[in-house]
Write a protein that binds this ligand. Structure first.
Ligand SMILES: CC(C)(COP(=O)(O)OP(=O)(O)OC[C@H]1O[C@@H](n2cnc3c(N)ncnc32)[C@H](O)[C@@H]1OP(=O)(O)O)[C@@H](O)C(=O)NCCC(=O)NCCS
Length: 158
C-alpha cells in the first residue's frame, strides 16, 4: 500500500536517492546534489503555502519509506501537467500507477483543474502504461515526446 504526503525538510537525502541511476534515463534531469535536493524540498514546501496553490508535489511512501514523487504544475488556471518518478528499486510493483491514481483523485476533487497533461520519452514504455492504466488518452508525439491528457470525469472531451 502506498500513501501520498507533503514533503518535510528531512526528505532531502531520500529525494536525492530517488533522482539517481536508471530513474534519470528518460527524464530531463541529472543526479541531484544534496543542496539541490534540499532546494527541491524547500520549493515544494513554499508551493504548499502559496495561495492560490498552483503546484502540488507529494512524496510517495510505502511502509513509511519515501520512494518517489508525483507532481502537478498548473499551465493555466484549469490545466496542469503531471510528472512522477520512483526510486529504481521500487519499480514494477504498481506504485506509480497507484500514485498517479491518487494524484488524479486529488486534482479532480480538491482543485479547480479540469484537465491534466503528461508526456514521456517515446522509449519509456512503462511510463506510458502508467498513464494508460489511469485513463489518459494518447494524443500523439509533440516535440519528440509521447503526449497524453485526461479530463475531469464528467467533463467534455476536446
Ligand atoms: C515510469 C515509472 C514511474 C514506472 O513506475 P512503476 O512503479 O514501476 O510502475 P507500475 O509498476 O505502476 O507500472 C508499470 C507498468 O509498465 C510496465 N512496464 C514496466 N517496465 C516495462 C518495460 N520495460 N516495457 C514495457 N512495459 C513495462 C509494467 O508491466 C506495468 O504495466 P502492467 O501493469 O500493464 O504490467 C518508473 O519506472 C520511473 O520512475 N522511471 C523513471 C522516471 C520516469 O521515467 N518518470 C516518468 C517520466 S514521464
Amino acid at each position: 500500500m502506498i500513501e501520498l504526503r507533503e514533503f518535510t525538510m528531512n526528505d532531502a537525502p531520500a529525494l536525492q536517492r530517488i533522482y539517481s541511476g536508471a530513474s534519470l534515463r528518460y527524464i530531463e534531469r541529472r543526479s541531484l546534489t544534496l543542496d539541490e535536493a534540499v532546494a527541491l524540498v524547500a520549493n515544494a514546501l513554499a508551493d504548499a503555502c502559496s495561495e492560490p496553490r498552483d503546484r502540488w508535489a507529494y512524496g510517495i511512501t510505502a511502509d513509511g519509506d519515501l520512494l518517489g514523487m508525483v507532481r502537478l504544475r498548473c499551465r493555466t488556471e484549469r490545466h496542469a501537467s503531471l510528472s512522477y518518478v520512483l526510486r529504481e528499486d521500487s519499480w514494477g510493483r504498481g506504485y506509480a500507477t497507484r500514485a498517479v491514481a491518487g494524484m488524479l483523485r486529488h486534482a479532480f476533487t480538491a482543485t479547480g483543474l479540469t484537465s491534466i497533461g503528461a508526456r514521456h520519452h517515446p522509449d519509456n514504455t512503462a511510463s506510458g502504461r502508467v498513464l494508460e492504466k489511469n485513463g489518459f488518452r494518447y494524443r500523439g508525439t509533440r516535440d519528440g515526446w509521447s503526449s497524453y491528457s485526461i479530463r475531469r470525469p464528467g467533463g467534455r472531451e476536446p
